[in-house]
Design a protein around this ligand. Structure first.
Ligand SMILES: Cc1ncc(COP(=O)(O)O)c(C=O)c1O
Length: 623
């Protein structure tokens, strides 16, 4: 086995493993002791069907697993605490709006009375077309207009438990007008701003400066207005959203404690609250650290359930109130694990020079000194050797800029510098040199060029420094000799990944193997099922990747459940208002002009127009 530990046992959630032949495999959560399916084998199988990388591989078995784990953790914890209310979880559609995902969650969720959360009109339209169980909730958050509210209220007529969560006093007036016009009373919720802040990526938007919801003064105003207008009996839900990816379970306890204070007070004011909705926040351990860092969590789903339920039970018992139904709007936890982005490496730029440039009697003396640095390289002198090599290289650059060194000498100097650096880096890896040196050496790792767009498929990596576990999908029984950052296929220098999880923590480069001419080299980016699919954009007009959904059979096999072809070039062009037919017409006119003046033959005309048409129909990625 390889000497590098990618930390798969720590972050793999028992779903990802390494097979004896070095391939990364997926395990069926329903058969953890069963055989794993090798990911490179899946990719080859899909390639034979004409589906090429980049591929967003959705594993339905993992999606079901996420949902069941959440609902069953709540059920078990409720039982162990003798909690007397039900769990009524809802899936926030914005976390993954794909029809297949929402449809599957609605279907599997039926047995758990699992519902949906809609933050916009289109999302409500999606929710109302799903086969939800009778007891399931549809929770409407966000800013709502008359049309949104009308549909929400009307849906009660056909058996949906649709709750309109009020975000402002003004919103209530629209609800009242629509309700009176329709003659149907709404189910209402109120989003309360808590003062407790939570740590993690969304710390700044938590607490009383959060964008959504009502502060204490407005809550009281709303209650008075509901009483005055005869709508107090409609207010059944209190909503509090903690923020996403909450790393520390203490924050859950603190916010639930404050939420309970509001709940108890509102009940004392005569509000018939039945549901306490704690929003999202249940995090995923992306790094396997099991710590309260931004990309990890210091709790399990069971501890999360316990923190909520025990706190609520205690507060309600103390106030002599019945236990409310608990609602959570966990999106990330349900869907994140279910998708993996797989892409191939197209090419590499190597900074790791293995062959020492031979000394030449005509060399500039700085180059001679540079080549000599290796002779006094030893673990104690790593930093000194680096400083010397950088000094000689920089002096030669200055000479080159002043016209005192020719291009060949300069090229040999750059090569000698990279060679010396590779020797220093190798010794540094073995003997763990000083931290500052690590940072310098990290700037010279190889660049592996991947067939993907960061902006389309991993927008959070770019926007909020989200860490996803990333590993080569093959040859993990072979020690990787190189370190690389991953560049995407866009022409944007931000399109790169340079933070990676290994067993011993975060690194600025990924251990990778030498590329072989006759072998594809695949990289997997794990746990990209939450937020990434629709937040992505069309930077450089790279469109959606191919999406394939598979089901694992627990015995080392799988079947393809569903495939959605990625965007064709003509599709992405039409997203930005081009008409591919008009474009073809314009191109054809230009070719015809060239034919008319004799620059292009009839045969060349056929080839030119054929190439343009084929490109319009092609995949936006490297084929
Ligand atoms: C109101 C609301 N509910 C639920 C969620 C989902 O949160 P998470 O993905 O952390 O479960 C969000 C996302 O931020 C949200 O804004």
């Amino acid at each position: 086995m390889s000497e590098i530990d990618y930390g798969i046992d720590a972050w793999g959630h028992g779903l990802v493993t390494v097979l004896p032949n070095g391939d990364v495999g997926l395990l069926d959560p329903l058969a953890p002791d069963g055989a794993a399916v090798a990911l490179p084998m899946i990719v080859r199988d899909l390639r034979d069907r004409g589906i090429r990388t980049p591929i967003q591989l959705r594993v339905q078995s993992f999606l079901d697993f996420g949902l069941r784990r959440l609902c069953e953790a709540f059920a078990r914890t409720m039982e162990s605490l003798s909690y007397r209310g039900p769990y009524r979880g809802v899936f926030p559609i914005k976390v993954n709006q794909q029809s297949e995902v929402v449809g599957r969650i609605a279907e599997v969720g039926q047995q758990y009375n699992y519902g949906l959360e809609a933050g916009s009109k289109p999302e409500l339209i999606v929710a109302l077309a799903q086969p939800l169980a009778r007891e399931a909730l549809v929770i409407c958050n966000g800013i709502k207009d008359d049309e949104f509210i009308r549909l929400a209220i009307l849906s009660r007529k056909i058996g949906f438990n649709t709750i309109i969560v009020l975000e402002s006093l003004k919103e209530f007036e629209i609800v009242r007008a629509v309700s009176e016009e329709l003659g149907i009373k709404p189910l209402l919720g109120v989003r309360v701003k808590l003062t407790q802040t939570v740590t993690g990526k969304w710390e700044a938007s938590s607490g009383d400066r959060s964008t959504f919801g009502l502060g204490t003064f407005e809550v009281v105003q709303l209650i008075d207005r509901l009483t005055e207008t005869g709508y107090l009996d409609c207010l059944v839900l209190q909503h509090n959203h903690l923020g996403s990816q909450v790393p520390n379970v203490i924050d859950v306890r603190r916010t639930v404690t404050e939420a309970c204070r509001f709940f108890v007070e509102l009940c004392r004011m005569g509000v018939p609250l039945k549901y306490l909705d704690m929003g999202g926040g249940l995090g995923i351990d992306y790094t396997g650290e099991k710590r309260s860092t931004e990309n990890s969590v210091n709790y399990t789903v069971e501890e999360y359930c316990f923190a909520i339920l025990e706190t609520v039970a205690y507060a309600m018992d103390e106030a002599g109130l019945p236990h409310p139904a608990i609602v959570t709007e966990s999106g990330r936890f349900v869907t994140a694990l279910s998708s993996t982005l797989i892409f191939d490496i197209l090419d590499a730029t190597y900074y790791d020079v293995v062959d020492k440039p031979a000394a030449d009697p005509g060399d500039h003396h700085y180059l001679t000194y540079l080549l000599a640095v290796e002779s006094y390289l030893e673990p104690k002198r790593l930093q000194e050797c680096y400083n010397d090599a950088a000094y000689y290289r920089d002096e030669m650059r200055a000479l080159f800029r002043r016209g005192q060194l020719d291009l060949r000498q300069m090229a040999r100097a750059e090569r000698a510098f990279l060679y010396t650096l590779s020797r220093i880096a190798a010794m540094d890896r073995e003997h763990d040199g000083p931290g500052e040196l690590h940072d310098k050496l990290d700037q010279y790792v190889d660049h592996y060029h991947g067939n993907f767009s960061l902006f389309q498929s991993l927008p959070d990596v770019w926007a909020i420094d989200q860490i996803h576990p990333i590993v080569p999908l093959q040859r993990l029984n072979e020690t990787p000799k190189r370190r690389a950052v991953l560049n995407d296929i866009t022409c944007d220098s931000d399109g790169k990944i340079d933070r990676f999880v290994l067993a011993d923590g975060l690194h600025n480069s990924l251990p990778v193997h030498d590329l072989k001419d006759d072998e594809e080299y695949y990289i997997g980016v794990f746990f990209v099922g939450a937020y990434q699919e629709t937040l992505g954009d069309l930077h450089n007009l790279f469109g959606d990747a191919n999406v394939v959904t598979i089901v694992l059979d627990g015995q080392g096999g799988f079947h393809v459940e569903h495939e959605v072809e990625g965007d064709r070039i003509s599709e992405v062009l039409s997203y930005v208002e081009y008409d591919p037919q008009d474009m073809l017409g314009a191109f054809r006119k230009r070719v015809d002009k060239a034919v008319a003046v004799g620059d292009v033959s009839a045969e060349e005309r056929r080839v030119l127009i054929g190439a343009y048409k084929d490109s319009l129909a092609g995949y936006t990625y490297f084929e």
